[in-house]
Write a protein that binds this ligand. Structure first.
Ligand code: HEC
Length: 201
């Protein structure tokens, strides 16, 4: 009969299995908490909702070799500075509209959705809006009636009219502006930004 060594004992391997599973579980829990912290608004990469009161632009980040969003001085959306809770309410209306109208059937938002139409993650900064001074109005009109107010975003496709009311469209614009401020590590890549007007220092 062979002598039973530690490596052959069942209880030894059972203990190893329990230890490994427990350690992995702890790591998974820590990573989950860390992820939730990183994707919550008001964190380093996801600005709080009242960021829509400010100018959002792109800056080249040399260390990471990507274009990253940067937050500038006051530039209230639709000329109205909103409190954090009012901004959250408006952005929530936009989010619900985007869900109700199923925009992700054609578009991608933060990595989810389709590529029939342009990625909306940085739509606020898309050069298709022409210039920063007319962007808000053009976006609003486009969302309310994309057929009549069609612009060129380089797809050769047309967005259908989705019967969005003016207040819903304002919510969507607020949502898109807020989303553009999220640091997505350069995603989507090869994005062409609207011409950015330098701020007075
Ligand atoms: C049936 C497909 C379809 C659906 C659904 C759809 N869109 Fe579009 N959308 C398009 C297409 C196609 C374009 C590009 C038009 C062009 O290239 O001129 C577009 C363009 C846009 C743009 C401009 C793109 C940019 O880069 O700035 C925005 C903003 C937009 N859509 C928002 C929305 C929102 C918000 C919803 C949901 C409420 C929505 N779309 C639903 C097809 C769709």
């Amino acid at each position: 009969m062979t002598k039973e060594t530690k490596w052959m004992s069942q209880s030894f391997w059972k203990k190893i299995a329990i230890w490994t599973t427990s350690v992995m579980l702890l790591i998974l829990m820590a990573l989950t908490f860390d992820t939730v912290k990183q994707i919550t608004e008001g964190s380093e990469r996801v600005p709080s909702y009242s960021v829509i009161n400010n100018k959002i632009f792109y800056e080249f980040d040399k260390d990471r070799d990507i274009l990253a969003p940067s937050i500038g001085g006051p530039a209230p959306l639709f000329g109205q500075k909103l409190s954090e809770s009012d901004a959250e309410e408006l952005i929530n209306l936009g989010k619900l509209t985007i869900q109700a109208k199923n925009c992700m059937n054609c578009h991608t938002i933060l990595g989810n959705g389709a590529y029939y139409a342009p990625d909306l993650t940085k739509a606020w900064l898309d050069k298709g809006w022409g210039s920063e001074s007319v962007r808000e109005t053009l976006m609003l009109n486009f969302l309310i009636d994309p057929e009549k107010n069609a612009r060129s975003f380089g797809t050769n496709r047309k967005m259908p009219n989705l019967n969005i009311t003016e207040s819903e469209a304002k919510g969507v614009v607020a949502y898109l502006k807020w989303m553009s401020s999220i640091d997505t590590n350069g995603f989507p890549a090869h994005f062409e930004s609207i011409k950015q007007v330098k701020e007075e220092k």
